[in-house]
Design a protein around this ligand. Sequence first.
Ligand code: S3P
Length: 169
Amino acid sequence: MITLVGPMGAGKSTIGRRLAARLAVPCVDLDAEIVKQSGKPIPRIFEEEGECAFRALEGALLHDFCTDGTPKVLATGGGVVLSAPNRQRLQESGLVIWLDAPPEVLARRIGGDANRPLLRGVNPLAKAKELDRQRRPLYEACADMRVDTSSMGVGRAMYEILEFVSKHQ
Ligand code: S3P
């Protein structure tokens, strides 16, 4: 299994889909699975049940996908690494690729996205910087490879990842 981690706007869903197609395995988008399971969009889960409930569902589904024994590409949400058990589970279940980009680039890509509750009513750049400070060490702690998606296009990022995967899987 290959898991993509990294901040909001790093390209996890896009690269996840393309990577899965190239490797001929299913692509699972953890956020989409959370929406399916709960029957509500992510902003509504945050509003009605709170971030803790969202994180609990995220952790439970991550556990299921990490232990079902099916080869896949798993695209996660940016906060999946906040939980130590999640980080351990990811490390144990295969290769973890960290898609990264500086806060300035992320803020440009995600600014004003109504589907991302953490960005509601805040300055996207300030939020991206705050999350970067909190989470960078956590991505670093569980990733096998880091790809800076601000310095290359999707095609080049795919090439680098596929090369790494072919050597390490
Ligand atoms: C979150 C990122 C989102 C989603 C949720 C919380 C985060 O996923 O899981 O809004 O804590 O960074 P993306 O990284 O796919 O936007």
